[in-house]
Design a protein around this ligand. Structure first.
Ligand code: HEM
Length: 408
């Protein structure tokens, strides 16, 4: 849609839709609705990116294997091209790779990761039980710090094979590395980020070497074995980057899926009643939380050639960003899209993206969230929100709560 056809007062920049804008941070959905209705194929000239917000356009684009992803393939000066500076030196994880490298790394990694998750499911659930049982038996507590933050980091540490003795260090480095997702860092945070990234690199190099010598029952052992036997053609640097991507990609996102879900349930008493009466709905409830308050608001692709997308002519190298949160409330696809309803059965959401880059961690996030909701609502039959001023995190394109004080 050309600039001059934009309605007065319409969004001018995609940053206005992000958590940098206090209105969008508190509730992005009214702005996304306006966007979807008035300007579903939006051009941000300053950021040099397109933004799609209709489900149909987003679904078609994420699924289309001809789009590319590597930041060097994006138009110079565009928001997508800026990812390159940070990653050039170390190489990137599968998140920004294209075929054949993407498939070469993702296929063996996904196979080993999924086999391990399936095998470890009872252990993962037992870890979650233990974390929830450690929370105060009654009275107010901060759900994010007590449950939503520790669950994903401790689970991924166990899957990867982080030694118990290094668990505290590992948690600390993970938290430092996650600062990389925040583009407005203080100098102290910058320092912490660099310190964490180096420490994690060194730790993973050490862990891979140790598992090569003495394999254990963990994912790092699986991967170095596949690498050693030639079944997986992955260099040491690539393996390290991608094991770290499992850590960084999965923590904040799953934390937010847990936090957003508990908040949604506690603010929708009818839904929590339905959940308690029908625990069999747990898996479906996770999908509805993902649809209704997607922890990751945006993903992107890059055009490999000139073509029309969503009915608009676009040029090769132009990045196409997609509002996953916008698509997930598109009334063309979801009946009563603005209603949180765990019994809904219709179309699948796009909270995990789609196509070749669809979130590799989706099965794990689903297992964790499902079990947290089940166990939490079972342990606290009268769980409720404490009096508080709710604060959403200021991290652009992620949606999650800073804190959530609940009363058991
Ligand atoms: C609720 C939790 C999560 C959400 C909402 C989420 C969301 C996403 C999204 C939107 C993408 C981009 C997909 C696309 O562009 O089509 C993605 C990719 C990715 N996610 Fe997740 N994620 C979650 C959990 C996890 C977990 C638990 C892990 C790892 C343990 C993980 C690791 C990754 C990786 C490595 C990629 C890149 C995949 C590729 O490009 O091939 N994520 N995720």
């Amino acid at each position: 849609m050309a600039d001059d056809s934009r309605p007065a007062g319409a969004v001018q920049s995609i940053l206005e839709l992000s958590a940098f804008n206090p209105a969008a941070r508190d509730n992005p959905h009214p702005m996304l609705k306006t966007m979807r209705e008035d300007c579903p194929v939006f051009r941000d000239e300053a950021a040099k990116v397109w933004l799609l917000s209709r489900y149909k356009d987003v679904r078609e684009t994420v699924n289309d294997r001809s789009f590319v992803r590597h930041p060097t393939k994006a138009e110079e000066g565009s928001l997508s091209a800026r990812f390159v500076e940070e990653r050039q030196e170390r190489g990137t994880s599968i998140l920004f790779l294209d075929d054949p490298d993407h498939a070469r790394i993702r296929q063996p990694l996904a196979k080993a990761f999924y086999a391990r998750i399936n095998r470890m499911r009872p252990e993962i659930e037992a870890m979650i039980d233990a974390i929830i049982e450690k929370a105060p038996a009654s009275g107010p507590f901060e759900l994010m710090a007590e449950i939503a933050v520790p669950v994903p980091v401790l689970v991924i540490a166990r899957i990867l094979g982080v030694d118990e003795a290094r668990l505290d260090d590992f948690r600390q480095w993970s938290e430092e590395v996650i600062l990389g997702l925040n583009p407005v860092r203080t100098p102290e945070e910058d320092e912490a980020l660099i310190r964490g990234a180096y420490a994690l690199d060194a730790y993973f190099a050490e862990l891979m070497e140790a598992r090569r010598k003495a394999p254990q029952d963990d994912l790092v052992s699986d991967m170095v074995q596949l690498q050693g036997s030639g079944e997986a053609e992955i260099s040491d640097g690539e393996l390290r980057n991608n094991l770290e991507a499992l850590l960084v990609g999965g923590n904040l996102t799953t934390t937010d899926l847990i936090g957003n879900g508990v908040w949604l349930f506690l603010t929708h008493p009818g839904q929590i009643r339905t959940f308690r009466d029908n625990p069999g709905l747990a898996a479906q409830a996770v999908e509805e939380v993902l649809r209704f308050e997607a922890p990751v608001s945006i993903t992107s692709r890059i055009l490999p050639d000139d073509r029309d997308v969503g009915g608009c002519p676009m040029k090769a190298r132009q990045p196409v960003w997609m509002s996953l949160a916008g698509a997930n409330r598109d009334p063309e696809v979801f009946e009563e899209a603005e209603t949180f309803d765990i019994t809904r059965k219709r179309a699948s959401h796009v909270a995990f993206g789609g196509g070749p880059h669809i979130c590799i961690g989706a099965p794990l996030a689903r297992i964790e969230a499902r079990h947290v909701y089940l166990k939490l609502f079972e342990r606290y039959p009268d769980l409720r929100l404490a009096e508080q001023e709710l604060a959403w995190r200021t991290l652009p394109f992620f949606r999650g709560l800073e804190k959530l004080i609940v009363e058991g």
